[in-house]
Design a protein around this ligand. Sequence first.
Ligand SMILES: Cc1ncc(COP(=O)(O)O)c(C=O)c1O
Length: 380
Amino acid sequence: MNEFQPFEHEVMASQNEKEVDYNLSESGVHPLLLRELLTDSPEYIETLLATEIDYAHANGNPELRENIAALYSGCTSSNVLVTVGAIEANYNSIHTLLQPGDELAIMLPNYMQIWGIAKNHGLKINIFHLCEDNGWQVNLDELMQAVTPKTKLIAVCNPNNPTGYILTHEEMNAIINAAEGVGAWILADEVYTGAERIKDEETPSFYGKYDKVIAVGSMSKAYGLPGLRVGWAVASPDTIDKIWRRHEYTTLSTSIFSNKLAALALSVNVRPRIIQRTRNYIRKGFPLLQQWIDHQKDTFRLVPPQAAAIAFVHYQLDVNSTELANKLIQEKSVLIVPGDHFGMDKFIRISYGLPQNYLTEGLKRIQQLVTEIRDKHGNM
Ligand SMILES: Cc1ncc(COP(=O)(O)O)c(C=O)c1O
């Protein structure tokens, strides 16, 4: 058996995110206060107080599943399984669809959860890239090579973590055609839908465009509610039932309060306000980051992200990205994500969907370290 592959990105986060002065590693926007969520519905406090602290519906409470279904065309609550975060939806989807020895194609860079699961589950991994020198567009030649007659699943993240890139309709169609050509599944991690920066139109889902799609969503990113630990998988009812059988072994259900609060957040009256709040954070934070990069053009370069509260920044310094991240933790008490955690050294991922003073101070400390490194080693 292969050696266990830890989830490096989450290891660094879980060991440091609550310890540092400035956490610029989170990929969602600054989280809501419970009070903010309940602003328009103070009467809901009574509903929460009157809740029996029981198990929730194992597959998610009916109102929540209906509200999730309403986000996808041609979807009903029988197409939805509520999970403990998108992380569980991804995990149980892969274990439902793929057996050790099966082949899958993965888009990189990416949140490396599926890559790590694939390693630990003994799957054969083929890679296709988003290319920085092409504005992070998909390398379609690589896609064609990565998808073979043996491919069982294509894993994509759209909008993408860490680049914030949104696939074009042509790229989505190319991925669907590649999957259809060999009868493969598409596992579409769409947790950043709703967190668009450069346009108001929400990113279309892969769900409904091809039969063999599992779309994964979450309250953690576009809704700023990571502490609810609510995610979901959307697929055909028989696929949902199979994932649910895995869910009964792993987490069984998320909490009854999370089910209720997520249903409220996704209701037609509340959702637009939360999505607007997310976009305000992203759209106000990004110019600060861009300005900061513009002042250090000899060190940093960035393809501006189209969505999500994160930027994948290339740097030119004689230091490896994990080493840089560790120095930032130890010397400046700032947490960022090293490019190594996405399989790409010489990049760092920085959050910008944060309160402005917090972001500015965190960036200032990164700049201090960069200046110190340059003074010591010079640049490359
Ligand atoms: C692309 C992607 N998928 C899934 C997750 C996990 O999200 P959740 O908090 O819903 O488990 C993350 C978290 O960073 C992510 O970036």
